[in-house]
Design a protein around this ligand. Structure first.
Ligand code: SF4
Length: 264
């Protein structure tokens, strides 16, 4: 009985998210009666399978803990070594204003890596990336493609919070981006997903709008790159959730195709 109630709650939670993301079809006995155009649209909006693990997903507990990053093939840099190099970093003018340096959290061997712009107030207070409302929405987006938050890796371009959440400045990016690039080299993700226009433009060294950058995979540092809207932007503009859902489906399908080709 308890299990049924838990399952029912989980299903309702997923349906709410799919609805938020603009998904209109969640399977129906009437599907066979739809026109071919509707069927095609349904395929486009196919719902990912439920994640296998039915248990609740605990939030990652990493703050500044190097012990979990100690696996790296010889000759390659580990996340722990990068964090050790950052140490009490004073390389740019953001250092004096931070409460915590926000290095990143998640699976050090993740296939999928999310990169935001910089920590906000919640992240600065907790030393973890993407917490608070935007972080909660990111967790739901990850779960919508059948993954758990602790399966992916999440970090920012800047590791310290800009005052008043202003945009990062060029000298700050120049000082800090090397650490992100080293994180990418250590993790070797299959897909890097930049969250927000500023992060995508900074990584791609472009002034193209997020509207033109999103929606397709690009080659980037040995991985595929997807730009999409920042969860904080989605909280203010919920109508854009549908576009993020489309971007996430592209990522999910690409990762599935890699896994299938590994099996064959
Ligand atoms: S933002 Fe980066 S470079 Fe600047 S102090 Fe923080 S860790 Fe160092």
């Amino acid at each position: 009985m308890k299990d049924k109630a838990l399952l029912r709650g989980q299903i309702l939670g997923h349906l709410k998210l799919y609805s938020d993301l603009g998904v209109r079809y969640v399977g129906s006995s009437a599907a066979g009666k739809r026109s071919s155009a509707q069927k095609s649209q349904k395929r486009e909006l196919a719902i990912p399978p439920e994640p296998k693990a039915a248990a609740p997903h605990p939030a990652p507990r990493i703050r500044v803990n190097t012990s979990m990053f100690d696996e790296a093939p010889s000759g390659e840099e580990s996340l722990g070594a990068i964090l050790g190099d950052l140490n009490d970093c004073r390389r740019c003018k953001l250092a004096p204003g931070r409460t915590n340096l926000v290095f990143g959290s998640g699976n050090p061997h993740a296939e999928l890596m999310f990169v935001g712009e910089a920590p906000g107030a919640d992240e600065d207070a907790q030393g973890l990336p993407f917490v608070g409302r935007a972080g909660h929405l990111l967790t739901r987006i990850i779960e919508a493609i059948g993954m758990r938050r602790d399966e992916v890796y999440i970090c920012n371009i800047l590791k310290c919070r800009p005052p008043g959440n202003r945009n990062p400045e060029l000298d700050e990016i120049a000082s800090c981006e090397q650490f992100l690039f080293r994180q990418i080299a250590a993790i070797k993700p299959k897909v890097i997903c930049a969250l927000g226009a500023f992060g995508a433009q900074t990584l791609l060294k472009t002034t193209e709008t997020i509207g033109r950058l999103r929606g397709h995979l690009m080659d980037y540092r040995g991985a595929k790159f997807m730009a999409t809207f920042h969860p904080a932007y989605l909280l203010r503009n919920p109508n854009e959730k549908r576009k993020v859902w489309e971007d996430m489906q592209i990522i999910r399908d690409y990762l599935l195709s890699l896994r299938n080709s590994d099996k064959s």
